[in-house]
Design a protein around this ligand. Structure first.
Ligand code: NAD
Length: 358
């Protein structure tokens, strides 16, 4: 019996979580769900979007699966997702992007794995609000240290990138490549402009690469990487990036394989693992039983593999491929036109997958 923390999330999160739970239960793997609410509604009730009980539950169970959680833009509480990743030191965000047969895409041979650093960079959450005492002091200090003048009406976000953080994420990328018989790791950066943060990332990546002579290594500047991925994604394999570029390039990679509805993910650390789709809470579709449950179900398949339940994972993969390949009982985003009247509802698609489980 596995005990798993289930965080339904908000927006479309609860319906996607319910669909995923049903599908995973149908595989017959014995799971006890420790359901822990977090997010916008919890913030209104409990004064924090991420109560300590949620962290305690993951620390106890070690493994969690989570629906998306809304983050207010610009103001309000800090992202639950970012806080979780930092509190549990989930330093790696692993996002495989592989075309699933039957999903309409512009490309055929995309099989990428995005390895995103999850704890540092502009996501570190070190920020100074415009006009705050901290921002003013920082502006004075920076002028003293560098002679450079930051405009006094600026807000400031800090971008730390460390040797420690880079070494472990690049090692993760190479170990993953070895274990999964991948051929190449590409490190992505903007070292030509940010010499001391991205430059350090590149220098450390090059050093780590020397320990893995069996895997090809190359680096690419992030803007060029985006163009290359759109033009010839089949040339790339495992891609390792600092946090912010990883976030952006993951969505780009999701677009290459048919969109956010089919892009799964995992946040991994030394001790804990939290599986979640790449997409957000898509609040405009909340409660409509409309959006695609696949990204979260595919995250569930990653979780089953992590738990060592390979047989169940494989059976579920086949069931998903069968439903998607047939193209009938799939949600609107997988239909030739988004207003196709034959589009399946979220739970209808989940039930179709359950029926195909052998
Ligand atoms: P989003 O991913 O929620 O939605 C963008 C669009 O993508 C949707 O309008 C929809 O057209 C499509 N989409 C997303 N999920 C889909 C699905 N399962 N099936 C079909 N189509 C789907 O991005 P957003 O609108 O930028 O963000 C909404 C909220 O989610 C924000 O508050 C954001 O901070 C948050 N967010 C949370 C997470 C997370 O919990 N890990 C990740 C990203 C964004």
């Amino acid at each position: 019996m596995h005990t798993i923390t289930l965080i339904p999330g908000d927006g479309t999160g609860p319906e996607l979580s319910e669909a995923t739970k049903r599908v995973i239960e149908a595989t017959g793997v014995p799971i006890q769900w420790d359901v822990q609410d977090a997010g916008l509604d919890v913030f209104e009730k409990e004064g924090t979007p991420l109560p300590q009980r949620v962290l305690d539950s993951i620390q106890k169970n070690k493994v969690a699966i989570k629906g998306p959680v809304t983050t207010p833009v610009g103001t309000g509480f800090r992202s639950v997702n970012v806080t979780l990743r930092q509190a549990l030191d989930l330093y790696c965000c692993l996002r495989p992007s592989q075309v699933i047969k039957g999903v309409k895409t512009r490309y055929e041979n995309v099989d990428l794995v995005i390895v995103r650093e999850n704890t540092e960079d502009l996501y570190a959450g070190i920020e100074f609000e415009k006009d705050s005492a901290g921002a003013q002091e920082l502006i004075r200090t920076i002028q003293k240290l560098t002679g450079k003048q930051i405009r006094p009406d600026s807000g400031i976000s800090i971008k730390p990138i460390s040797v420690f953080g880079t070494e472990r994420i690049v090692r993760f990328a190479f170990d993953y490549a070895r274990k999964n018989k991948r051929k190449k790791v590409t490190a992505v950066h903007k070292a030509n402009i940010m010499k001391y943060s991205d430059g350090l990332f590149l220098e450390v990546a090059r050093n780590v690469a020397q320990e893995y002579v069996d895997i090809e290594f190359e680096d690419k500047i992030v803007d060029n990487m985006c163009m290359q991925l759109v033009q010839k994604p089949e040339l790339y394999d495992v891609i390792v990036l600092p946090n912010l570029y990883g976030d952006i390039v993951s969505d780009l990679a999701a677009g290459l394989i048919g969109g956010l509805g089919v892009a799964p993910g995992a946040n991994l650390g030394e001790n804990y693992a939290v599986f979640e789709p790449v997409h957000g809470s898509a609040p405009k579709y909340k409660g409509l039983n409309k959006v695609n449950p696949l990204a979260m179900i595919l995250s569930g398949i990653m979780m089953l593999k992590y738990l060592g339940e390979f047989n169940a994972a494989q059976r579920l993969e086949h069931a998903v491929a069968s439903v998607v390949g047939e193209g009938k009982e799939v949600t609107y985003d997988l239909k030739p036109s988004p207003d196709d009247p034959t589009a399946a509802k979220t739970f209808q698609m989940a039930d179709a997958i359950i029926k195909r489980l052998k």
